[in-house]
Design a protein around this ligand. Structure first.
Ligand code: 5AD
Length: 361
């Protein structure tokens, strides 16, 4: 087997190198994390950007086998945050120097929804005279909807591909024609065509997912030339069909370490993209966030959803920080950033440098 030290000196990483890094021991992985952290500081700077996350609604037309808010889960109390509350959260973000907000929700598609989101984007843009960056994460939509939201002022979009392994994708989604890999990919192309900074990502440690499959996910991100990435460990949820396969999962800590290896390798493959330290990482490890920063993540999304709704947006179990007070969450995040030897990018959009280079904008 090739030594990790040798692989880390290479300028081009092959498929085999990536698999080897994913399989690295704890000691070897530390070398990988160090190299990724160095690469991030050199190429991207030593700042972590904050995006206030508003989980706007848990209504969902999809029925993904892994997700706690899937359409068929009748134990979820469905909600839509009122427009005024969304704006209050956005004002909180502005006042507390989170440079951007992320509006995330279950997948809804209707003329009324398109219009409602469009209006909210325009209102958020008025806060502090266009001070806040806006990222959307609202699933697959048609071109017209994506365009209207972009023209209203959203400039980044997150849409995970979930896995690039077509067989695995088919296993974790219903075969009803409403959950196809092709449609997901098509949506990513539309987003890019319209001009968004495009983010994608995968779940890590799914039942039946191999290291080879994860290596192909990373190479897909490189080949698609993504601007941003949000990925994290798969975490089981009792009220989903995939719960029955929990005996196939890696233990939580191993799933966590595999996830931050993915972050580190992506940082080496794509030094100038934005990579998020995700809530799922925090859920599997008490120091998850700081460790993700030390492995090359440079974005974090503090939850600013009004507390009354939070318990109804559980994609998986034991979600970290669900009932954390805003101020406590904020100071903990800032302290984690400092712990990792980095600085918070206060009141900055922190756009993807990769996007700027790719488009010249
Ligand atoms: N575990 C981890 N991540 C999940 N997601 C949905 N369900 C789970 C789960 N059980 C992720 C998906 C989706 C994102 C919004 O949340 O990747 O794209």
């Amino acid at each position: 087997m090739q030594k990790i030290e040798l692989i880390l000196q290479k300028r081009e990483l092959s498929f085999d190198d990536i698999v080897r890094m994913l399989a690295s021991s704890k000691e070897e992985a530390q070398l990988l994390f160090n190299k990724a952290y160095e690469t991030m500081c050199r190429e991207r700077g030593d700042k972590v950007y904050l995006r206030g996350l508003i989980e706007i609604s848990n209504f969902c037309s999809k029925d993904c086998y892994y997700c706690g808010i899937r359409k068929s889960n009748n134990n979820v109390k469905r909600y839509i945050v009122t427009d005024e509350e969304v704006l209050e959260s956005a004002r909180y973000a502005y006042e507390h120097q989170y440079g951007s907000v992320v509006i995330q929700g279950g997948e809804l598609s209707s003329p009324a929804w398109t219009e409602r989101i469009e209006k909210i984007i325009r209102e958020i843009k008025k806060i502090g005279d266009s001070s806040l960056g806006i990222t959307l994460s609202l699933g697959e939509q048609d071109e017209e909807t994506y365009r209207r939201w972009y023209e209203a002022g959203a400039h980044r979009y997150l849409l995970r591909i979930e896995t690039t392994d077509r067989d695995l994708f088919a296993k974790i989604h219903p075969a009803d024609g409403n959950h196809t890999f092709e449609r997901r990919l098509e949506a990513l192309y539309l987003l890019r065509k319209i001009g968004y900074q495009v983010g994608t990502g995968v779940m890590i440690g799914l039942p039946g997912q191999s290291l080879e499959s994860l290596a192909r996910d990373l190479l897909f991100m490189k080949e698609f030339d993504i601007d941003m990435c949000g990925m994290g460990p798969y975490i089981e949820h009792k009220e989903t069909p995939m719960y029955a396969q929990r005996h196939l999962l890696l233990p939580p800590l191993e799933r966590f370490f595999l996830s931050i290896k993915m972050v580190a390798i992506l940082r080496l493959l794509m030094p100038d993209v934005n990579i998020a330290a995700t809530t799922a990482m925090e859920t599997l490890h008490p120091e998850g966030r700081a460790l993700a920063f030390k492995a090359g993540a440079n974005v974090v999304m503090p939850n600013i959803t009004p507390l009354a709704y939070r318990e109804n947006y559980l994609l998986y179990e034991n979600k970290a920080g669900v009932l954390d007070d805003y101020e406590v969450a904020r100071s903990k995040i800032i302290s984690d950033i400092h712990k990792a030897g980095l600085k918070p990018g206060l009141s900055e959009w922190g756009d993807s440098l990769h996007y700027k280079r790719r488009t010249g904008k």
